[in-house]
Design a protein around this ligand. Structure first.
Ligand code: SF4
Length: 100
């Protein structure tokens, strides 16, 4: 690569970096906040499954249920029985299945 081409390339890279607004870059970063609504324990599905936000079943909690899809250290996460909502990691329902 000639020195002139290298300088042209560096100039182009600098112009590109300036042309991309910082907000556009920030907007592409993953969000740490989960806006997924929590399960309402009073809904028909939740009451049918006896869902509670705070387990009273000892070690049986959503966080130890095989259906829980939240991260290991999460306070809430998805469960396929409540699509579009999160359950609390400390919650429980009658469909609880312990992780193997
Ligand atoms: S099946 Fe029930 S206990 Fe298991 S994660 Fe879903 S809500 Fe929690």
């Amino acid at each position: 690569m000639t020195d002139l081409k290298r300088r042209q390339l560096m100039g182009l890279m600098g112009a590109t970096a300036v042309a991309i607004p910082v907000s556009a870059v920030i907007g592409t970063l993953p969000s740490h906040a989960d806006d997924t609504p929590m399960v309402d324990p009073s809904t028909p599905q939740a009451t049918a499954l006896q869902y509670i936000e705070m387990s009273d079943k000892g070690e049986q909690k959503c966080s130890s249920c095989t259906l829980y899809q939240g991260a290991a250290d999460s306070e809430a996460g998805p469960c396929p029985l409540f699509p579009g909502n999160n359950v609390t990691a400390a919650g429980w329902c009658s469909a609880y299945v312990p992780r193997a």
